[in-house]
Design a protein around this ligand. Structure first.
Ligand code: F3S
Length: 676
């Protein structure tokens, strides 16, 4: 017999970081965001208290930085409902980004399932120096492995170079393993981790890790013959690594900084002039990052110049913000006209109100963030986000040009004299004094929250309680129209855009009006629009078509390209298709978290055995999925395609369902199974 839990089975925390605006500057933006989102924050706070969950309020920081400061430690297994959770690998944790359904199961005490990963070993030798930063390791690696090269892999860094990198630098590298599709990334335990644990009041964990140091690193024989242990090995000599820039529009479009100027000349689609530069985020706002950026800023100030373009800083946590305010880095950045934003995701998740000329025309922004899909930052697909390390972003912000190379080019000081920037000095990874915790808002849950009531106003526009999905009726899906055949990169941002839509994230029905808004229609090349094959109307938003099909009781399918659903763990990218009547998603290949999210929400997730099968699907086709009652692990599913010209063909589709997972589909969702 099942017993009901009143609190979560594992220590759990909620973090309010995505909804905070970047409009003017940190404190005003936070104040306004608190007012605009109070209903959501009150709900989260109350729910956290009721179920024994810690609550990090708005302004406390971005989840991954806060997790590194408080929760991550060597040999830990941590899951988080955000794809950059692997940031915890900076402290030797195996931290994995998952969908909400996975998290619910873990919070309820059920085992967590993940496809057994392959292992990529990244052998680091040498030592970073000059302008090269930990960020450049992962930017370079993104170019080598590409955005799908880490799918269903754990990336393990090993070799003597690992101990030359700070724990927070390691965090940056592990954080961006998500850009390669990696399940997780991790580093061996070393002194930098011990130092960070001690500096964040966890000396006892450092001592424990010291005792078991031999278990917290690759075995010595691995270094002798890495190919015997890893499925793939990548060698990086840190002493030879150059600063890199990646983008626009994809984090694997990488090149050394020294090649950027030439590429700008060769590619007329790129824009040299930088319209805004942004540093920080969950990826790069450590004490070390801010100190090295401040070093560059101080050099500029000494020559009487400031940033040539709007320059913004997002501290990853209140602890980072308060500490760099106390220790002077923030002043140095402000001295070159930096705007310090709230300790939150802000422009990284589209909460950036840009005004003025660049909006709506091709323009370059330069960030030290992790993700650069079209329209992610300011909602404009024409904005091109190029990613570099914080110190490089700061240097290029002074020049205002992407083609600027601080290692070879000069700036002009206020006195009219040319000068060259020196590489930033090596910076401490933790402050000499203790970190300043600032005014962080954290609430421990009460001893007993069982009397706390959760209420949602029936007319709320912000929160809607979900109802269980209907179970499968046992019949095959027949004659389904193709709602969308997506072409090329289809990220969770394309399926379920954030930005202004985040406002409705707690209200699935309102939120789902954004469904597939960023997906490219393979038949027309348009984003977000397709043909209603029942009415014949063209150029209609996909959510409107889906709602129309649903009103007529018509199920629909989505056809996707390679690495479909890459990017984030955004569960809405599965919830919205489920809400609006989707039955199946058939693709060339899936990104791991999204495939799992689809399956857990009761949608069918299939892949073409031959990628060329994707080309067979026509706009007016009807699709039937046959023999669903007999689905079995490893057994292909029959897909009949009825073309509009009267011809038909049959394909056999692959899937990754284990026996136990079929009930997710049969019962309507993994949550329905869980409730049984
Ligand atoms: Fe937030 Fe961007 Fe990180 S959305 S969690 S700062 S990737």
């Amino acid at each position: 017999m099942q017993t009901l839990r009143s609190t979560t089975a594992v220590p759990t925390s909620v973090h309010c970081d995505h909804l905070i605006q970047a409009r003017v500057e940190g404190s005003q933006d936070l104040r306004e965001s608190l007012g605009e989102n109070s209903e959501v924050y009150d709900f989260l706070k109350t729910a956290a208290a009721k179920y024994g969950v810690g609550f990090w309020g708005p302004g406390a920081g971005i989840i991954h930085q806060v997790a590194l400061e408080n929760y991550a430690y060597p040999a830990q297994l941590m899951i988080g409902t955000d794809s950059h959770t692997p940031n915890g690998g900076g402290l030797g944790s195996i931290s994995v980004g998952v969908g909400g359904a996975d998290a619910v199961e873990v919070m309820a005490g059920l085992p967590w399932e993940v496809l057994y990963p392959r292992f990529i070993g990244v052998h680091l030798t040498g030592e970073l120096s000059g302008w090269t930063a930990p960020k450049d390791i992962i930017l370079y690696l993104a170019g080598v492995l590409t955005v799908s090269g880490g799918t269903n892999c754990v990336i393990e860094y090993f070799g003597p170079g690992t101990s030359t990198i700070s724990a927070t630098g390691k965090g940056t590298i592990c954080n961006m393993g998500a850009e390669l599709g990696a399940t997780s990334s991790t580093f061996p335990y070393d002194e930098s981790m011990a130092r960070y644990l001690r500096a964040t009041n966890r000396a006892e964990l450092a001592e424990l890790a010291e005792q078991y140091r031999h278990l917290l690193a690759a075995d010595p024989e691995v270094a002798e013959n890495p190919s015997a242990y890893y499925d793939q090995v990548v060698e990086i000599n840190l002493s030879e690594l150059e600063p890199h820039l990646v983008g626009p529009h994809s984090p694997d479009r990488a090149r050394p900084l020294s090649r950027m100027a030439q590429e700008l000349q060769e590619d007329p689609g790129l824009v040299d002039e930088i319209s805004s530069a942004l540093i920080g985020s969950c990826t790069n706002s450590s004490y070390e990052d801010m100190s090295r950026s401040a070093d560059v800023a101080e050099q500029a100030k000494a020559h009487g110049i400031g940033a040539a373009v709007p320059f913004m800083v997002t501290p990853g946590s209140e602890q980072v913000r308060a500490t760099i305010e106390r220790d002077g880095q923030m002043q140095s950045l402000s001295d070159i006209n930096a705007t310090v934003l709230a300790n939150a995701c802000g422009p990284c998740i589209g909460q950036w109100r840009r005004v003025g000329d660049p909006v709506g025309r091709p323009n370059t922004i330069l960030t030290s963030y992790n993700r650069n899909f079209p329209a992610r930052n300011d909602g404009e697909a024409s904005t091109m986000n190029i990613i570099g390390s914080p110190e490089i972003v700061t240097a290029l912000a002074l020049a205002g040009r992407l083609s600027f190379n601080p290692m070879t080019d000069t700036l002009v000081g206020a006195d009219g004299q040319e000068f060259m920037l020196e590489p930033p000095k090596p910076a401490p990874d933790v402050p000499q004094e203790d970190f300043d915790k600032g005014s962080s808002s954290y609430d421990d849950p009460p001893e007993d929250g069982s009397d706390i009531e959760l209420t949602v106003a029936p007319d709320s526009e912000r929160i809607q309680l979900l109802q269980p999905w209907q179970p499968w009726d046992g019949e095959d899906f027949v004659d389904m129209p193709v709602l969308l055949k997506a072409q090329g990169k289809t990220t969770t941002d394309s399926i379920s855009p954030a930005g202004i839509w985040l406002r409705f994230r707690g209200h699935l029905d309102r939120f789902s009006d954004n469904m597939f808004m960023g997906a490219i229609n393979a038949y027309t090349g348009d984003a977000g629009k397709g043909k209603n094959v029942v009415t014949g109307e063209e150029g209609v938003g996909f959510s409107r078509i889906a709602r129309d099909y649903q009103a007529q009781g018509i199920k629909w399918v989505v056809i996707g390209d390679s690495n479909y659903g890459e990017g984030s763990s955004r569960e809405h990218a599965a919830l919205s298709p489920r809400l609006l009547g989707g039955a199946a998603v058939i693709v060339r290949s899936f990104a791991r978290i999204h495939e799992s999210n689809l399956k857990k929400q009761g949608l069918l997730a299939f892949t073409f055995p031959d990628p060329a099968d994707y080309d067979r699907l026509q706009e007016d086709d009807r699709i039937s999925l046959v023999g669903l009652k007999d689905m079995a692990p490893g057994k292909q599913v029959e897909c009949r395609i009825q073309h509009a010209d009267g011809t038909s063909e049959t394909l056999m589709l692959n899937h990754s369902y284990a026996e136990s997972q079929f009930d997710w589909f049969r019962l309507g969702s993994a949550l329905n199974l869980f409730h049984q």
